[in-house]
Each structure stands twice: as C-alpha cells, then as structure tokens.
Design a protein around this ligand. Structure first.
Ligand code: HEC
Length: 457
C-alpha cells in the first residue's frame, strides 16, 4: 500500500508553563515549619493543579488546603519517587519547554510538610488559586471537528485502544496554524495520536462515510482502513501526514513562532486517530472528543518536517526480538544529509520499554544530547519541545538506544508468564508487539537559528 507521505508535520504538544525548574535551590535550608499557605500551595498550583482539578486527568483535585491535606502522605510518596508530576525526561540531560519537574528542594518541602502533619499556616494570606483556562489558550478556533459519535466505554476496568476517523469539510483549502485535541472525557482519554488525510479536489464524494470507532486489538492495518473508507473513490490513497496531533493529559498544543510550521489543509479531509487510548473505568461511561483548528493566513516560510528512526524506518541492531526473561539493548541510527534545526523529539516504545536515550554525533565528533528517559513509562509518551531551535550540521548521525525488559518483574509486562516478543514492522500494530522509534521534527537550517526561541506564550 502506498501513502504519499508529506515530509512535514504540524506541531505536537506544548506546555503552558515556562522553564523554572533549576536546581539552584537545592542547597537552600528547609524552613523549620512548613505550611500549606507559605510553601505548599504555590508548588501544587503551578505543578499539579493543571491536571488535578475537576474535569481534568488527575484522579482528585489539588486546589484547596483540604484537598492537599487529605492527600499529604500520597503527595510525599508520589513526588519522592518522581512519579508525579509526570515528566519522564531527564532534566540533567536536556532541557525542554514547559518541564513539569520539581526541584529537590520542593520535594523536600512537600515531605517535611506531610511529616509535620500537613499544617495549614495562615491560609487567609493566600491569593485565590489561579484561574486556569479549560481549553488551549489560542482564542476561538476557526473550525471544530467532532469525532463521529459518542464512544461507549464499558465499566470493565480494561484499557482500550481504538482507531477512528474524524472527517471534515471546510469552505476552502487553507493552512493550519495550530490544532488541538480536546478529550470529551479527560479522566479516561489517555493518549491520542492522529494523522491528517487531505483529499485531492474531486477525489472523494462523501468524506463522512465510514466514520466510526474500531477496536485496534480486533482490527488494524489495511482491514481497518477499508472499514473506515479512507481511500479516494477510485481506490487510490490520498496524501497522509503522520503525527499531526499528539495528545497527553495536561498539555496544550504548541504554537510555533510566525513563519515556522504550518500545514496545508484541503477542503475535504479527515483526522485518522491511529491510537486513541482509553484508560480503565469501573463504571459505564462515554466520550466524545473533538479537534480545534486555527488557520494560518498563508503558507509557512519554513514548513515543519519529520525524521523517523527505528521500527518501519531504519534498521534496528540487533533485530527487535526478546526471549521471555530477557533484558536487552537495541540501537538504530540515521545520518543527516542536510543541515537541520530541531524543534521536537519524540521517543516511542511500548510496554516492555525500560530506558531510552537519543543523541547526535556531529562530523566534528561533538556529542549533542537529545533526550534521555531513565525509566520508560508507556503512559507518559511526550513529544518534547526544545526551548530554542537546535541546529545540527549535515553529516550528523543521530543514535537511539532503547533497553527493553521482558522479565516478569517489569510492572508493565502484559503476559504472565512472559512470552517471546518480536518488533512489529507495520505502522499500525498491537501494543503487545514491541517498537523502538524516535521522531524528530525540524525546519531547514538558517544562520542564527540557535537564537530562535520556541516559547510563544
Ligand atoms: C500531566 C498531568 C498531571 C500532573 C501535572 C500531575 N498529576 Fe498527579 N496524577 C495524574 C494522573 C493522570 C494520575 C492517575 C494515576 C496515573 O495515571 O498514573 C495522577 C495520580 C496522582 C497521585 C496518586 C498516585 C497513586 O499512587 O495512585 C498523586 C498523589 C498525585 N497524582 C499527586 C500529584 C502531585 C503532588 C502533582 C504535582 C507536584 C501532580 N500529581 C501532578 C496526572 C497529573
């Protein structure tokens, strides 16, 4: 099957907060008495509340003193282990926009606060909690694309991986400035990745035919595309842009500085949600999610392009295969044929991933760290945005090393007892197959790119 794949992709994710997580405060002495009003509230409001508030991903709110006091011990535990806030990338390896990571000093403050009995302090001195926006802060969208229907999530406490199509028809061809995915059910929609299909003019009578949800564990690949009626009317394949939207809880869409990014949008099109992951629910409920679209006035000066490494893209050495009980490291690489400036990096593995590192080696033999995930967690697969464009010269080799753990001790091990696992070579696969992939979005390099900040809010 041939998809003609456009080399550029619209942007993935961005984060609403800045980069204020330096460790300079580590050496600072802790106060004798730690209180909610004086120390804890500001930490929770900026690092936790974006997710821990009603209608968002966190399972309980962390807004008021009572909210926090009830969970004081759990907060100490979850932050002490580095499990919350979720930010798997190692901040000592490479910094990114909107990092959600606590300093050691902040973690120590939360622990002392819990140990001292979660004291309120003078809460009358506190300002009101920040008024966080419900939706991404880009103003009214120019167009909204809804998923076909409500999806019924049975209360059977199982994860679900769906494939779906969300078609649209606009007034005219245009350019996309930004696109956001807004889950209907923020507690259960965990992660989502969508491609964009652009139908050439006159090639598709009814873009809405075949729009529905399919269970990816029952049907995938060509069969699923047929059920979704994705092809042009003559059976040929329309152009598809991969990974146009990635969603994880608590993240806003990235808006690139003027002139960067931007994606051509045909009048007739569809989002193909090739993974829509619902977390487990113990009661029957529903979801109906939507895409918000903001148009750009014209074509971008420098469109965003994408490099793909690993499964289905570049050879993995040794070939991805794990015997039961095996922990093993795999490598893949790619050499640049032109100078680029990196915008985002996005590591991808499945349930057996244990750790991940990507770095670049320039022709002058400088090593440039790209991203390190010391403890891979399938649940928190971010695309990380660099604070400034990162120029890499032509001839640079990007290296990726992924370690996989197919032992029974891996908490994400899907099989008891473990089975032999092989890497998939299909783009659309089951989560229980393994993958080692790395995606880099970039723009063509220009002098001075290292001074171009990607912080637009
Ligand atoms: C990006 C969204 C997000 C942010 C930011 C976030 N949380 Fe969470 N938190 C979650 C989700 C989702 C869960 C549910 C458990 C899971 O999915 O892993 C959770 C679970 C928890 C739990 C329960 C852990 C358990 O063992 O069940 C605690 C405690 C917690 N969060 C505290 C915090 C604190 C404290 C912060 C800030 C320092 C924070 N969270 C920031 C999304 C977030």
């Amino acid at each position: 099957m041939r998809w003609s794949v456009y080399a550029f992709t619209l942007l993935l994710l961005a984060w609403s907060c800045g980069m204020d997580t330096t460790d300079t405060a580590t050496a600072e002495a802790l106060p004798d008495t730690v209180t909610y009003a004086a120390h804890v509230a500001p930490i929770l409001w900026s690092n936790c509340m974006p997710c821990h508030r009603p209608g968002h991903a966190g399972p309980f709110p962390l807004i008021t003193y009572r909210d926090a006091q009830r969970k004081a011990q759990m907060i100490k535990l979850a932050t002490g282990k580095g499990y919350m806030p979720p930010w798997p990338a190692d901040t000592s390896y490479r910094r990114f926009l909107g990092e959600r990571a606590l300093t050691r000093h902040e973690i120590a403050l939360l622990a002392r606060w819990a140990d001292q009995g979660a004291l309120p302090g003078d809460t009358s001195l506190l300002p009101p909690p920040p008024d966080l926006p419900e939706d991404p802060l880009l103003g009214e969208p120019d167009h909204v694309v809804w998923l076909p229907d409500s999806f019924h999530i049975p209360g059977d406490a199982r994860d679900r991986f769906m494939i779906a199509k969300a078609p649209f028809q606009l007034e005219r061809d245009t350019f996309l400035r930004a696109v956001a995915f807004v889950p209907g059910n923020r507690q259960l929609v965990h992660h989502m990745n969508a491609a964009l299909i652009n139908y050439p003019r006159g090639k598709k009578q009814d873009v809405f035919a075949g729009a529905r949800y399919l269970n990816a564990e029952e049907i995938h690949g060509p069969e699923a595309f047929a059920a979704l009626q994705l092809t042009n009317d003559d059976g040929s394949w329309p152009p598809l842009v991969p990974s146009v939207v990635n969603h994880l809880p608590g993240l806003d869409p990235l808006v690139l500085p003027d002139g960067l990014g931007g994606l051509h949008l045909k009048r007739e099109g569809a989002f193909l949600l090739n993974t829509l992951h619902y977390g487990p629910s113990t009661r029957d409920t529903t979801d109906r999610s939507r895409f918000l679209l903001w148009f750009a006035p014209g074509p971008p000066e420098r469109p965003l392009q994408e490099l793909s490494l690993g499964s289905t893209h570049t050879p993995i050495d040794p070939p991805l295969h794990l015997e039961p009980g095996e922990v093993r490291s795999f490598h893949t690489q790619l050499t640049l044929r032109k100078p680029i400036s990196v915008v985002t990096v996005n590591p991808h593995m499945h349930l057996l991933g244990k750790s991940f590192v990507a770095y670049a080696v320039t022709p002058a033999r400088d090593t440039v760290p790209l991203v390190r995930i010391p403890e891979w967690d399938f649940k928190w697969q971010y695309a990380y945005t660099l604070p400034y464009l990162l120029p890499l010269p032509s001839g640079t080799t990007i290296h990726v090393v992924g370690i996989f753990d197919n032992t029974a001790d891996n908490p994400h091990q899907p099989f008891r007892p473990p089975r032999a696992i092989t890497g998939t070579d299909s783009r659309f696969m089951r989560t229980t197959d393994e993958m080692l992939q790395f995606f880099v979005t970039y723009v063509d390099q220009r002098p001075g790119d290292e001074k171009i900040s990607l912080f637009t809010k």
